[in-house]
Design a protein around this ligand. Structure first.
Ligand code: TPP
Length: 525
């Protein structure tokens, strides 16, 4: 199937079969082979095209589709677009672009920076990075226009339309996005019916739920459903007790491993998370064959850009509470938290395995400790050992940009003196936020920084294996002593000499900042 065929079918399913346009050469491949029910309404200047579409959309109460010619046609449309912006008309503007290989050399009719041209007026503008992403981007343009009630704009290189589409590209055909300020009773009834009809539903929970204080309520929901429960990939807050018997872990951040993890589930309910925050490129099917996905989020942009599934854009907390009311209560069962595995051992005696460090934290720190974690290659070890049973216990750099951890640990400690705060910080990461130690010292904050010194950018070494680039430079960082750096900022710095020493250090409560440096084995994610 061609990309064009998928796009036409998507537009047909969305009821966008009337195209208002004024064409040029770049648009012809999109307009070719239009299915019979499409109608093309030709306007003789783009201002008239946009205003016709604006009137049509306002009178039908639905989005309208506009097709413009490259930069010149888009430019001509701008004056008329100002009306659509202030009437909040959901116009979906598409424009033809030169073929990809000709944009950089500015062949005639290249729209040099297409998205930027339109940005002051439209709510969302883009040009897909690859042909395979055209159908999803078109869907995003449609949903953005609907959700924001503002025109959106998509520029498409014309050679994309005749590229071959794969099965993942076609997943967009089944997409739909609905929005309501409060969950609509009909939407809720449908969701409850879907959950009850599902043979083996799964829950995927995102960081937003913890931000919204829903930790206990989503735990009750998982128990009510008896559902296998995952943390969303690239999880920045933990919304569920990680040793709960229903917890299956944090989903890996690759396409193929997510589909593998969700195998056997006919319905996946994603609450308070994007679908999905992938990281490493591990291509594969988006979902197991036959698995349906429903996303509930108040992040309209995340709903609009997802590659698959149905989305309800509404308050996830209200949906959780409504589901708790609607789903029957199962017989009460004692909650038996799972026991962590025995920590892995290091290969040499002069370092600790990260799992030993995390087990030491688990055993020595009070149960209500808050952790800010920026130690990138140790996340598997972390989840294998730690035991977090309360909300607002875990904070992680949500974009993957280092430099959050150490300063955020200081911020968390400043916010609330009632709960102990531990920063778990890699020796690479520490350098991006090290000056926060000075602030901690000045405010005499009772924060503990556990500095994991493995002498490497471990996560990059993991990536080097994945990408087949083992000779890339810049992944080792020997020769740093954070105890003396800490002292320089006025923070007590101690080196843990072995596991017993580390445990003894951590067992001592502190009312001032301290940095505990521990030499660790470089492990893979
Ligand atoms: N610069 C910023 C601001 N953010 C980034 N994510 C990177 C660079 C790339 N990066 C990702 S992980 C990483 C780097 C440099 C290594 C971090 O090393 P460390 O904190 O020691 O953790 P390890 O991977 O060794 O566990």
């Amino acid at each position: 199937m061609l990309i064009r065929t998928v796009a036409h079918e998507f537009l047909r399913r969305q009821g966008l079969t009337t195209i208002f346009g004024n064409p040029g050469s770049n648009e012809l491949p999109f307009l070719a082979e239009l299915p019979g029910e499409f109608r093309y309404v030709l306007g003789l200047h783009e201002g008239a095209v946009v205003s016709m579409a604006d009137g049509y959309a306002q009178a039908t109460g639905r989005p309208a589709l506009v097709n413009l010619h490259a930069a010149s046609g888009s430019g001509n449309a701008m004056g008329a677009l100002t009306n659509a912006v202030y009437s909040r008309t959901p116009l979906v503007l598409t424009a033809g672009q030169q073929v990809r290989s000709a944009i950089g050399l500015e062949a005639m009719l290249s729209n040099v920076d297409a998205a930027q041209l339109m940005r002051p007026l439209v709510g969302w503008a883009a040009e897909p990075a690859t042909a395979a992403d055209v159908p999803r981007s078109l869907a995003q343009a449609v949903f953005e226009a609907r959700l924001r009630r503002r025109p959106s704009y998509l520029s498409v290189p014309y050679d994309d339309w005749t590229a071959e589409a794969d099965a993942n590209t076609a997943a967009v055909l089944d997409r739909d996005v609905e929005r309501s300020a409060h969950p609509d009773p009909a939407q809720l009834d449908r969701l409850v019916a879907e959950l009850q009809a599902a043979r083996n539903p799964a829950l995927v929970l995102g960081g937003d739920l913890d931000t919204d204080g829903l930790f206990d309520e989503v735990t009750a929901l998982a128990e009510r459903m008896g559902a296998d429960t995952w943390g969303a990939p690239s999880l920045f807050r933990l919304p569920f007790p990680n040793r709960h018997p229903l917890f299956r872990g944090v989903l890996p951040a690759g396409i193929a491993p997510i589909a593998q993890a969700l195998e056997g589930h006919d319905l996946v309910l994603v609450l308070g998370a994007p679908v999905f925050r992938y990281h490493q490129h591990e291509p594969g099917d988006l979902l197991p064959a036959g698995t349906r996905l429903v996303q509930v989020t108040d992040d309209a942009e995340a709903a609009a850009r997802a590659p698959m599934g149905r989305a309800l854009v509404t308050d996830p907390g209200a949906v959780v509470r409504a589901l708790l009311k609607a789903l029957p209560e199962p017989p009460e069962q004692p909650r038996e938290y799972t026991t962590p595995a025995t920590p892995a051992q290091p290969r040499s005696d002069d370092v600790l395995h990260p799992e030993q460090v995390f087990a030491a934290l688990r055993d020595t720190q009070p149960a209500d400790t808050r952790y800010v974690v920026e130690s990138t290659s140790t996340s598997r070890a972390w989840w294998r050992q730690i035991d977090l049973r309360r909300g607002a216990s875990y904070f992680w750099p949500a974009s993957g940009g280092l430099g959050f951890g150490l300063p955020a640990a200081v911020g968390v400690a400043l916010a609330d003196g009632d709960r102990p705060v531990v920063g778990v910080i890699g020796d690479g990461s520490a350098n991006y936020g090290i000056t926060a130690l000075w602030t901690a010292a000045q405010h005499r904050l009772p924060v503990t920084v556990v500095l994991m010194r493995n002498g490497t950018y471990g996560a990059l070494q993991w990536f080097a294996d994945l990408l087949g680039t083992p000779d890339a430079p810049g992944t080792t960082i020997p020769g740093m002593d954070f105890t003396t750096i800490a002292e320089g900022y006025g923070v007590t710095g101690v080196q843990a000499t072995d596991l017993d020493h580390l445990r003894a250090l951590l067992a001592e409560p502190t009312d001032t900042p301290r940095l505990v440096q521990v030499d660790t084995e470089s492990t893979r994610l």
